[in-house]
Design a protein. Structure first.
Length: 384
């Protein structure tokens, strides 16, 4: 019996060593072991993607992390609230860059690197990041492939080809597992009516799907390989101690809140709604409390439904009218994956409507622009 127990323990240790082996290189170069205490104070990160640079037609230049900024995220790690807040900043926001004049925010990266990016985002939001993390598109491809792909519901056909950049997007609608190349196409596509805003909303949906995949049993088995695959393709000024604290914080399973910088199309870009932004910053970055309940009567709800759900949508509209809400119908090409309420705001309205209907709610920039709330209709609507 003892012999079998020792054999089992030996095999277990061998399996753990095989699982962790890909982490050896990253840990030696720049990694850190998780600090069980986690973060002691909130930490704000500027995280952004660096578009590829080219030395010639179809030839990518060596990675300098100085391409145009693609995805731009202001991330607040809040240990007190056990929460991660991700504020997506459209790359088409105009900002006055010191020494360079007015440019769209994504131009700050090639002009002045991470420090100018931090300054640009601070001028837009009023929040200066403590540290930065910049990743290349290669990190996305390799990380997704190492995780075995990510399951995403593609809401419509996406087709685009940039021969000079070597980018080819050809995605059919439907729920599917995307490999690294297709995931890059899904996240970079913006040739539709919403442009960069639609792309940001898809990115937020992708982040939630990526989190679920990484924390699934198969994802955890592949996680060391994913970390090793991504490690050569990012740059940061985080110290080893800070990385260890962040890993410890992540192990506590913080809530993820994803937001879109409030605003509207105008002036050749995205014009910021300062009042709405101040409200979000007060709640999620300054830690101010919000009301426990809010009156939803009179608010505008975008009712999102897919093909074959017209009758269900009409019944849902009647229910919402009975609650005193104004409703706009928002048909989409693909039926939503589940029934839920969304709000790109403090969340009190979403919570009130979610509780009134008995359905889940989420704070997310995926909400329909121009509406106070978004109600997605999935396969079933239990409130009808």
């Amino acid at each position: 019996m003892r012999r079998y127990l020792l054999l089992f323990l030996g095999l277990l240790l061998l399996g753990l060593a095989f699982w962790a082996y890909p982490l050896v290189g990253p840990l030696l170069r720049q990694g850190a072991f998780p600090n069980p205490a986690g973060l002691e104070e909130p930490l704000t990160l500027l995280v952004y993607g660096s578009s590829p640079e080219y030395a010639g037609y179809h030839r990518r230049a060596p990675e300098r992390f100085r391409g145009l900024a693609d995805t731009i995220l202001l991330v607040r790690l809040d240990p007190g609230a056990n929460r991660v807040v991700v504020l997506s900043i459209p790359r088409d926001v105009w900002v006055n860059l010191p020494g360079y004049g007015w440019h769209k925010v994504n131009a700050a990266s090639p002009l002045g690197g991470p420090e100018l990016m931090k300054e640009a985002v601070a001028r837009i939001t009023g929040v200066r990041a403590d540290r930065y993390v910049v990743v290349s598109t290669e990190a996305l491809r390799r990380g997704v492939d190492a995780l075995g792909g990510v399951r995403v519901c593609v809401e419509k056909p996406m087709r685009y080809r940039d021969t000079a950049a070597g980018l080819s997007i050809n995605l059919e609608p439907g729920c599917q597992v995307l490999d690294g190349e297709k995931a890059e196409g899904y996240l970079r596509f913006r040739k539709d009516a919403l442009g960069d805003i639609g792309r940001i909303q898809r990115q937020q949906a992708f982040f939630h799907a990526l989190k679920e995949q990484a924390l699934s049993p198969s994802g955890l088995l592949r996680l060391p390989r994913a970390v090793a695959a991504v490690e050569p393709h990012f740059q940061t000024d985080l110290t080893r101690e800070e990385r260890g604290a962040i890993l410890g914080f992540a192990m506590k399973g913080p809530e993820l809140v994803s937001l879109l910088l409030p605003g509207s199309f105008g002036g050749g870009g995205w014009t910021v709604d300062r009042q709405a932004l101040d409200t979000l910053l007060a709640v999620y970055f300054a830690g101010e409390g919000v009301a426990q309940a809010a009156e939803v009567s009179g608010k505008l709800v975008a009712l999102v439904y897919g093909p074959g759900q017209e009758a269900l949508a009409e019944r849902a509209r009647e229910k919402l009218h009975a609650l005193g809400l104004r409703v706009i119908l928002h048909p989409v090409d693909l039926k939503p994956g589940r029934t839920e309420v969304l709000e790109n705001g403090p969340g009190v309205l979403a919570r009130s409507l979610g509780e009134a209907l008995g359905i889940p709610y989420r704070i997310s920039g995926e909400a329909v622009l121009g509406a106070d709330l978004t109600l997605r209709l999935g396969e079933e609507a239990p409130f009808l």
